[in-house]
Each structure stands twice: as structure tokens, then as C-alpha cells.
Design a protein around this ligand. Structure first.
Ligand code: NAD
Ligand code: ZN
Length: 245
């Protein structure tokens, strides 16, 4: 199975990567669903929704502060480095990610489509145009405010109840519909409309290589090669950086 995947990657003319929270698990970022997922302990309705932000912005900021603190010392693992290597080998290899942790960029990857935004920046809730990197200064204030207009700042992630950035999502679907190979890594394929991306690729006869230790919503079919291993173990092998696990 692994050899078939290596061969598919080598031959593919228009490959695309699609990642979810499991891609960052081995860097120390926690997933939302699954065994030790964050939603077992925290409420997505309160902490990750637009209504939650409006009702209790301080609670939402405390939650993001906690996640940012976790993300601070986090560095891209061997699987990320393997994807960066694959990008340079293939020449053009767009990365569509549901993650907000910025690790694909930190690993040196280009053409990264962050369909759920990024938690490394914040902007004005009243949309006056102010936007900033999340410095430790901003993180220290329990409720950071916009220096231009005084409104509350918000993390630049897409919250439940909000639409995804239209341009990024439409380019992502376009890439999925036109690729010949979609490498799907560490996603439960449950959060829509992101979850539609692999199905759009399948409908257009692309092959999928899935890397996830656990079975997901993706169908069993000849076009889906599911490798039930961790991203950090398998990607260096698929990228030709390692000969065995
Ligand atoms: P999810 O939590 O629903 O699913 C994660 C998947 O990763 C699971 O299927 C799990 O089996 C798999 N997984 C766990 N460890 C793995 C590993 N080492 N290698 C490969 N796969 C592994 O995550 P999702 O599908 O991305 O959807 C959740 C939403 O949560 C996304 O919208 C995303 O924005 C957000 N989120 C982001 C981060 C982050 O930025 N790091 C973290 C948590 C959640
Ligand atoms: Zn403002």
C-alpha cells in the first residue's frame, strides 16, 4: 500500500494536500474530536462561535490565550518537513488546511490556503480595518481592544456561525475538482463545508491517499488508499526522506 502511494505521488501531475487537526497532533496541538479531543472538555458553542464571542468575549479570549500559549513552543514535526520537501520536488503543490495554528507556513510551505483562518493574528470586531499579529502584549490583556476605534479585537479564525472566506473556499474547491491526487491528512472529514473537499476530488475521479490512524467518513473504494498510521511516521517515507518507519 505504501509503495502504491509513493508511486501515485511520483506520477501525479496535479497533486493537492488537505489537512486537519491530526496533522498537528505530533507537534503537540490537540485535536477537537477523537479520544483526547478538546471538545470532550470544552464547549464549542460557547468558546468557538460568533454568538459566544458576542455574549462573553472575555471567555473566548481566555480560551484562545490558552490555545496560543500551547501553540507558542510548538514546532512543525517531521511530517511537516516532509511536506515542505514534497513541495520543492513537485514544484507546485497547494496545501488546503483546516488548521489555524500556522504550522504549514512555519514549516516553510507556500500556497497554503487556511480555510478556517489563523489564530496568529487578530482584527477589529467592528471591521474598522485594524489587524495585528498576536503579540504577547495583546495576549496579556484580558480583553484586547482596537487601538484605532476602541472596539474589541477578535482572533482571525472562522467561528461557528460564520461563513468561510469565500475566495479561499472557492479556490480550494476548484483545486479539489481539478487535482489528480488529493493527500488527506489528519482530518475526521466531519466539519462542513471543508469535509466536501475530498468528495469533490473523488467525484472528479482523483485518487485519494488518506493518512489517519482511525477510520473516517471517507468511503472504502479503489480510489481511496487509507494508510492507518500517524502523519509524522508516514510522510517522511512518502516524501522519500526515509526508507522505513
Ligand atoms: P478533528 O479533530 O475532527 O479530527 C482529527 C483527526 O486527526 C481524527 O480523525 C484523528 O484520528 C486524526 N489524527 C489524530 N492524530 C493523528 C496523527 N498523528 N496523524 C494523522 N491523523 C491523526 O479535526 P478536523 O477534521 O481538522 O476538524 C476540526 C476543526 O477543528 C477544523 O475546523 C480545525 O479548524 C479545527 N482545529 C484546528 C486545530 C489546529 O489548528 N491545530 C486543532 C484542533 C481543531
Ligand atoms: Zn477598530
Amino acid at each position: 500500500m505504501i509503495n502504491r502511494a509513493i508511486e501515485l505521488i511520483r506520477k501525479s501531475k496535479k497533486p493537492v494536500i488537505f489537512t486537519g487537526a491530526g496533522m498537528s497532533r505530533e507537534s503537540g496541538m490537540r485535536t477537537f474530536r477523537g479520544e483526547d479531543g478538546l471538545w470532550k472538555k470544552y464547549s464549542p458553542e460557547k468558546l468557538s462561535s460568533i454568538s459566544g464571542l458576542k455574549a462573553d468575549p472575555e471567555a473566548v479570549w481566555n480560551w484562545y490565550r490558552m490555545r496560543l500559549m500551547t501553540a507558542k513552543g510548538v514546532v512543525p514535526h517531521a511530517g511537516y518537513r516532509a511536506l515542505t520537501h514534497l513541495q520543492s520536488v513537485k514544484g507546485h503543490l497547494p496545501v488546503i488546511t483546516q488548521n489555524v495554528d500556522g504550522l504549514h507556513r512555519l514549516a516553510g510551505q507556500t500556497d497554503v490556503l487556511e480555510i478556517h483562518g489563523s489564530m496568529r493574528t487578530a482584527s477589529c470586531m467592528d471591521k474598522c480595518g485594524f489587524s495585528t499579529e498576536l503579540t504577547s502584549e495583546i495576549q496579556k490583556n484580558s480583553l484586547p481592544v482596537c487601538p484605532d476605534c476602541g472596539a474589541i479585537l477578535r482572533p482571525d479564525i472562522v467561528l461557528f456561525g460564520e461563513a468561510l472566506p469565500a475566495e479561499i473556499i472557492s479556490r480550494s474547491y476548484e483545486l479539489a475538482e481539478n487535482c489528480d491526487l488529493l493527500i488527506v491528512i489528519g482530518t475526521s472529514v466531519q466539519v462542513w463545508p471543508a469535509a466536501g473537499i475530498p468528495f469533490a476530488a473523488l467525484e472528479n475521479r482523483a485518487t485519494i491517499i488518506e493518512i489517519n490512524p482511525v477510520q473516517t467518513e471517507l468511503p472504502h473504494s479503489d480510489n481511496v488508499i487509507s494508510i492507518r498510521r500517524k502523519a509524522g511516521e508516514i510522510l517522511p517515507l512518502l516524501a522519500g526522506l526515509k526508507e522505513k518507519i
